[in-house]
Design a protein around this ligand. Structure first.
Ligand SMILES: NC(=O)c1ccc[n+]([C@@H]2O[C@H](COP(=O)([O-])OP(=O)(O)OC[C@H]3O[C@@H](n4cnc5c(N)ncnc54)[C@H](O)[C@@H]3O)[C@@H](O)[C@H]2O)c1
Length: 275
């Protein structure tokens, strides 16, 4: 009997954290086929239409997250600090926020979470290395460290409490690749939505780690160990290859040598947010 079966039905509710952010805004209005109701959450209210409702909530507020998840539904967890930042910000949005999300999932009986991890969890691997789901983490920033922590939290809540997660080490999910590096790391929003479908409809999910890139010719990541999900990216950065400005960095510079790009060059971000 195959592990993957497409018989888990459309969800009655899908909850999206970080809904006001870059990815949140790109996926808005494209989730109707996955759930009857899409609950959009961010710190402040977000504009809604169709089957969407807005439920603002700060990830640092466990009771608030519990109220958000009450009633169940799968969660697409995009909320959090998405760049390098002083530790205080990382601590609140990503460390405390991720714990609260998983703890609320356990307490409210949520079965499945999509965890938006990042290529910056593995950013200090050289570009010549092909990585897969079993590669060791090598974070390139405190932000990347927080994603490694989030992945461990996801795995812990699966092993101990049965909350399944799809952990996606997202490359660069933007409307189009912005530079030479992103020809390897770019992921289209439609490929991401196809992956949501595989997560939601999979009969068994488990707690797989995938790399989030489209079917780009230049590739540093191998998703064959999670082929049981049957996700096949259909888009490619190749369409932009010819028009990409030829302003690439010197190949010996750290930002060109390592998968994390410019993030590997950042200094310590400090501890406190500026007053
Ligand atoms: N965009 C990419 O290519 C990319 C690449 C790798 C990883 N990711 C991850 O995907 C997720 C979404 O990325 P994005 O580009 O949309 O980021 P973004 O910064 O545009 O959006 C993040 C959202 O999270 C919200 N948020 C932050 N702290 C919060 C808190 N304490 N409570 C509630 N909401 C809070 C913000 O208000 C914001 O709207 C992030 O976790 C990011 O680390 C994105």
């Amino acid at each position: 009997m195959p592990i993957f079966e497409t018989d888990r039905p459309k969800r009655s509710r899908l909850i999206v954290t970080g809904a006001a952010g870059g990815i949140g805004q790109m996926i808005r209005g494209k989730l109707d086929h996955l759930a009857d109701e899409v609950v959009l959450s961010d710190i402040d209210d977000v504009e809604v239409s169709g089957n969407e409702v807005s439920r603002p909530c700060d990830l640092t507020d466990l009771d608030g997250i519990r109220a958000l998840l009450k009633g169940g539904g799968d969660v697409l967890h995009f909320g959090g600090q998405s760049m390098e930042a002083p530790f205080e910000r990382i601590l609140n949005s990503n460390l405390i926020g991720t714990y609260n999300l998983y703890e609320a999932a356990r307490l409210e009986g949520v079965r499945r979470v999509f965890f938006a991890s990042s290529n910056h969890a593995i950013g200090f691997h050289p570009r010549e290395e092909m990585l897969d789901a079993d590669s060791v983490t090598r974070p390139d920033t405190l932000y990347g460290v927080s994603k490694v922590y989030g992945e461990a939290m996801a795995r812990f809540y699966y092993d101990k409490f049965g909350v399944e997660s799809l952990i996606l080490r997202i490359g660069s999910c933007f409307p189009k690749p912005a530079d030479q590096r992103q020809l390897a790391t770019w992921m289209s929003v439609d490929d991401m939505i196809r992956l949501f479908g595989r997560m939601i409809h999979a009969h068994r999910l488990g707690c797989p780690i995938l790399y989030g890139a489209s079917d780009n010719t230049e590739s540093w990541w191998d998703n064959s160990k999670t082929a049981y999900l049957g996700w096949q990216p259909q888009d490619s950065s190749d369409a932009w290859r010819d028009g990409m400005p030829d302003d690439y960095w010197h190949p010996d510079e750290p930002k060109a040598r390592y998968q994390g790009g410019i993030f590997v060059t950042y200094g310590h971000p400090g501890t406190k947010m500026p007053e």
